[in-house]
Design a binder for this molecule. Structure first.
Ligand code: CTP
Length: 319
């Protein structure tokens, strides 16, 4: 059984834990890595019992009408109104319908990407998924530029675009989106209250500037289903990180998944400091209970999957 298979491997895994400068990290090797296609198929099948990424990647127009009131997924007491703008940006059909790829890259945002020279390799994949509108142009040699699917937590408006307080922030945002052409822009708008005005501003800018991006808003059940899958496999994640969500979705569309920029540790294997994000000065907060994520546990899990050939995790240089 695939489920047992994964949990047993988590217990028996031969991962080597190296303690360096107080941080535990997991070593893995790229040498001799080979895809395990039957495991890939088994994982896809098991995830399909919990969610169908083709459907759950986005709600569609026919799910709602303007004026509908929905409950936030992670804060059921609070509600959100489906505005006219939001409704007009919901896709008619899933933007991932019938899309299949031989190889995909899921690019996390860790500073481990700096000096990796992975840009070319990342861009060589058939489908490239990125997180939180991370900048690419200035970092192209290390992270590449191709973006077929990119996520945007509502908090990004505040964090990276000054809360749209002035015209230049808005211009910067519109410019960033125009570079995406018709890629999928995935906005988790229904998770928790707080970001609704940011989502509304984003929607208004997309409409006003007639941007070609294909907006997607994850289904109301996605996050619970993803959590359910990992919990069943003995990976108790409070709230999956965007990167883990993207890997979980990608199993539906991609035969070979390559992960880059996943390294939730402040030091690398040689003890050298690693920035939390490759592009800003955000600090590590995932070791405190205040954080909703359990990235080190997620990383450990992804590492086991790497060692079993289910995915390929690159944390060093691409040569
Ligand atoms: N990531 C990682 N190590 C880091 C930073 C990020 O492994 N040092 C991975 C995580 O899977 C993360 C993804 O890269 O989800 C994208 O990073 P970020 O934009 O910071 O992710 P979020 O999960 O959206 O973070 P938050 O909820 O804090 O906004």
């Amino acid at each position: 059984d695939g489920e047992l298979c994964l949990s047993r491997s988590l217990v028996n895994s031969s991962d080597k834990i190296i303690r360096k400068s107080g941080s535990s990290v997991f070593q893995h090797s790229l040498e001799g890595w080979k895809i395990n296609s039957s495991l890939v198929l088994e994982i896809r099948k098991n995830i399909l019992r919990f969610l169908d990424a083709e459907r759950d990647v986005s709600v569609v127009k026919s799910s709602f009408k303007p004026g509908d009131v929905i409950h936030y997924v992670l804060d059921r007491r609070r509600t959100l109104n489906i505005s006219q703008d939001l409704h007009s940006l919901l896709p008619e059909v899933s933007p991932m319908k019938n899309r299949r790829f031989k190889t995909c890259a899921v690019v996390g945002n860790s500073g481990i990407l700096l000096d990796s020279e992975c840009g070319k390799e990342i861009d060589s994949h058939n489908f490239v998924i990125r997180c939180n509108l991370a900048p690419v142009v200035e970092f192209a040699a290390d992270v590449g530029t191709k973006s077929d699917f990119i996520t945007m937590n509502p908090s990004v408006v505040q964090r990276a675009f000054g809360g749209f307080r002035n015209e230049s922030d808005r211009e910067k945002f519109v410019h960033r989106l125009s570079m995406l052409n018709d890629s999928v822009l995935w906005i988790p708008a229904f998770m928790v209250k707080g970001g609704e005005k940011h989502v509304e501003w984003v929607n208004a800018l997309i409409l006003k500037n007639k941007l070609k991006v294909r907006t997607a808003y994850p289904s109301l059940r996605l996050i619970h289903a993803v959590r359910g899958y990992w919990l069943t496999n003995k990976v108790p994640i409070k709230r999956p990180s965007t990167g883990l969500l993207m890997y979980t979705l990608a199993t539906r569309f991609c035969d070979e998944i390559h992960l880059y920029g996943f390294w939730p540790f402040p030091k690398d294997l040689n003890g050298k400091a690693v920035k939390y994000h490759y592009y800003d000065d955000l600090k590590y907060r995932y070791f405190s209970n205040a954080s909703p994520h359990r990235m080190p546990l997620e990383f450990k899990t992804l590492n086991v999957l790497h060692n079993r050939g289910a995915l390929k995790l690159t944390t060093g240089k691409c040569i």
